[in-house]
Design a protein around this ligand. Sequence first.
Ligand SMILES: NC(=O)c1ccc[n+]([C@@H]2O[C@H](COP(=O)([O-])OP(=O)(O)OC[C@H]3O[C@@H](n4cnc5c(N)ncnc54)[C@H](O)[C@@H]3O)[C@@H](O)[C@H]2O)c1
Length: 273
Amino acid sequence: MSDILGYAGKRVIISGCFSGMGEAAAKLLIELGAEVHGFDYKDSTLPLASFTQVDLRDPASIESGVASVGGKIDALFNCAGLPNGSFDPLDVMKVNFIGTRHLTETVLPLMGEGGAIASIASTGGLGWSRRIPTNMEFVTTKGWQAAMDWCMANIDTVAEGYSFSKEAVIVWTQYMGAHLIKQGIRINCTLPCPTQTPMMADFVKNSGKEVIEAATQPMGRYSTPYEQAAPLVWLNSAFATIVNGVVLPVDGGFMGGIPTGQVDLSRMMRKAQ
Ligand SMILES: NC(=O)c1ccc[n+]([C@@H]2O[C@H](COP(=O)([O-])OP(=O)(O)OC[C@H]3O[C@@H](n4cnc5c(N)ncnc54)[C@H](O)[C@@H]3O)[C@@H](O)[C@H]2O)c1
């Protein structure tokens, strides 16, 4: 296969490789000739270069996982996540942002110029633009404990954890994009629409089918894990070397439909009223 995306022989780390978008991205990267090192708290059966059991709720587990891979890392895919409503909000904060940030900060010293990071946020984090100062205060906390302390002191803002953690990924990505590019490293994130992965059962249970269906507007269907994995793979590829600090909707037109009045947001609010 020709190597137009530039992954042949590249060393990549991917969190959340057990299922869903992370598993799909790992499979694509293996097909593209990358040396894929997978992290998850659940065992993976994929033909990875290495698999390490890493729990993103535990900084020591993250550090030993990265140390076990070692060497130069060309790309990081932050795909692990927990949904809303089924888990302790602080665990959601840890996996979706605090642990994801810690993994990124642990990998960064192993990255050189040309390195790239892609994370999965969510349309669930759309509220970020309403409270940028709050999000900035949180994402610029230094280290694991400071982030946990902030959450504990602002537990009402954290709420169920999902929306706020995804806002944090969005604001942190844009903030870090301006910093890391000075070292020649890019960082971007995606905003998936509802996607048919194991997490979907939790979303439907906790948000209600009506709200999830409304979030599939205007396309009217769920996306597949591969439809989410391919843009992540592209973002970290040699075909996107000028794309940085971007929050990329991967949503069949949902985001574009909001300002142009093509998406009925009241359908998503109805349950909450
Ligand atoms: N499915 C959707 O509709 C949807 C929509 C928007 C955003 N997302 C986001 O996409 C990302 C991927 O989710 P998915 O839909 O593929 O679901 P998924 O449940 O299939 O994947 C999540 C992965 O994260 C791993 N994980 C969870 N907790 C972990 C921990 N403590 N340590 C290490 N790994 C852990 C899981 O084992 C799993 O492999 C998540 O961040 C999710 O919030 C999903």
